[in-house]
Write a protein that binds this ligand. Structure first.
Ligand code: FES
Length: 174
C-alpha cells in the first residue's frame, strides 16, 4: 500500500445482543483488527434492509459485514435467518451491477466470541485487499463525511479508535 492509499473501509452492522458484544469484547481484549472498521450497532440483524447494505457500498465501503447472533439464538427469533436471506439477495444484486458479492458477508457470533470477531474483521480486510478498492469509492464522499463514515464512540470496555464503539454522525447526541 502506498503512502497515499487509504486502508480498506469496512462497515460491520452488528446486532446489539451478540455480535456487538463480541466486537466490544474484542476491543476490551485489545485484539488487533483493521483500524478502518466501523461498527454500526443495530437492534437485530433482522432490522437489516437491502438498502442499508447497498448504501454502504454506494458510499464507498470496500467491505460490509453483517454479524448477528448464532442461528437459533436470535433474540427476535428469526431475525438472523431473514438477514441471511437478504444478504444472499443483495450479493446477487451487487454481482449484477458488476461488483463482487464477496464484498458482503453474513456471520453469526455469540457475545463471547471476541476472538472470532477479530478474525472475521481481518478476513474481510484480506478479502477486500485482494479485490481492490470499491470502484464506487472514488465517487463517494471521503470517510468521515457522512452516513458510512461516522465518529466512533468508545463504550465501557472498548478502546479508543473505533474498534468497538457505537457509531454516530459527528455532532449527533448519543
Ligand atoms: Fe442478534 Fe437477532 S438479536 S441477530
Amino acid at each position: 500500500m502506498s503512502g497515499t492509499e487509504r486502508p480498506p473501509l469496512i462497515v460491520a452492522f452488528c446486532c446489539h445482543y451478540c455480535a456487538y458484544a463480541a466486537a466490544d469484547l474484542a476491543g476490551a481484549m485489545r485484539l488487533q483488527y483493521p483500524p478502518s472498521l466501523r461498527v454500526v450497532k443495530i437492534p437485530c440483524t433482522g432490522k437489516i434492509d437491502a438498502s442499508y447494505l447497498l448504501r454502504a457500498l454506494e458510499r464507498g465501503a470496500d467491505g460490509v459485514i453483517v454479524a448477528g447472533c448464532l442461528e437459533g439464538q436470535c433474540h427476535f427469533l428469526e431475525g438472523n435467518l431473514r438477514a441471511r436471506e437478504r444478504v444472499a439477495r443483495v450479493k446477487e444484486m451487487v454481482e449484477a451491477i458488476g461488483l463482487s458479492g464477496e464484498r458482503l458477508e453474513m456471520y453469526n457470533l455469540s457475545s463471547a466470541m471476541g476472538q472470532r470477531f477479530g478474525e472475521i474483521a481481518r478476513e474481510m480486510e484480506e478479502r477486500v485487499k485482494r479485490l481492490g478498492p470499491n470502484p464506487l469509492r472514488r465517487a463517494a464522499p471521503a470517510p468521515g463525511a457522512e452516513a458510512v463514515a461516522t465518529t466512533p464512540i468508545t463504550t465501557p470496555g472498548g478502546t479508543p479508535g473505533g474498534t468497538s464503539g457505537e457509531t454516530r454522525k459527528p455532532g449527533e447526541k448519543p
